[in-house]
Design a protein around this ligand. Structure first.
Ligand code: KIV
Length: 271
């Protein structure tokens, strides 16, 4: 039996902060297209993330870096059209906010105007704080993203757990505080030690959403991974809730067999 949503009201950034105060956990999942987002929203998801993981999942790129602003807007528009209840957050893609605050806010406004999403997510801490402040000053809600920030994969050189060392952990904590003080409504913590994420979750008033970060105020996963569509990606933090890869392969194989044997379409399936 799935999760039944009793509260049908549109999720807002304000509600998410209330949920943290009330100790209610926040569920977040990625979507990149209309059909999937409709299912995710109807299931009762609190936040739908139009992640730049679309670069990997939808386009087959090795990293998130190649996806463009236009492509993110295309995905976000489709998700927004499908969504009634969840808060829709769109990732600002690599290169659209790192150059300077003016360019960052210009691109942020473009995503909001064209996609009609509810909020934006940016990767980074104090390095991008002026841009975060400018985007917030334009009236756009911002979600932070710290820890393993995939747009910096070429700097990290590995997708391994971040902030195991004290210096990086302390920087992460001060980045999280800086993002909260700037006015971010939530922060994603990706692939960091559970104890560090727990500390940030306790110290901050805004919701902390974890992915490979232990128990936080909420959790996020990439939909293709948690539904078992991807086969080769199996980090420790990933729980697979279905094996869609096998289900789809079997269904598609059955279709091929039926077409080739002239079983499909049968008499009832034609005009
Ligand atoms: O792009 C994405 O899917 C993300 C999540 C992994 C948090 O940023």
């Amino acid at each position: 039996m799935g999760y039944l949503v009793e509260d049908k009201r549109k999720v807002t950034t304000h509600r998410l902060i209330q949920m943290k105060q009330e100790g209610k956990k926040i569920a977040m999942l990625t979507s990149y297209d209309y059909t999937t987002a409709q299912i995710v929203d109807s299931a009762g998801m609190d936040i739908i993330l139009v992640g730049d993981s679309a670069s990997n999942v939808m386009a087959g790129n090795v990293t998130t870096l190649p996806i463009t602003l236009d492509q993110m807007i295309y995905h976000a528009k489709a998700v927004v059209r499908a969504t009634q209840r969840a808060l829709v957050v769109c990732d600002m893609p690599f290169g659209t906010y790192q150059v300077n605050p003016t360019e960052g806010v210009t691109n942020a406004i473009r995503i909001m105007k064209e996609s009609h999403c509810d909020a934006l997510k940016l990767e980074g801490g104090v390095e991008i704080i002026d841009t975060v402040k400018k985007i917030l000053a334009a009236g756009i809600p911002v979600m932070g993203h710290l820890g393993l920030t995939p747009q910096s994969i070429n700097k990290f050189g590995t997708y391994t757990v971040r902030a195991r060392e004290e210096a990086e952990a302390e920087k992460l904590v001060s980045d999280a505080h800086a993002l909260e003080e700037a006015g971010c409504f939530a922060i994603v913590l990706e692939k960091i030690p559970a104890a560090l994420a727990e500390r940030v979750t306790k110290e901050l008033k805004i919701p902390i959403i974890g992915i490979g970060a232990g128990q936080c105020d909420g959790q996020v996963l990439v939909i293709a991974d948690m539904l078992g569509m991807t086969k080769d990606f199996s980090p420790k933090f990933l729980r697979r809730y279905a094996d869609l890869n096998s289900i789809m392969t079997e269904a598609i194989g059955n279709y091929i067999t039926d077409v080739k044997s002239c079983d499909f379409p049968n008499a009832e399936e034609q005009y």
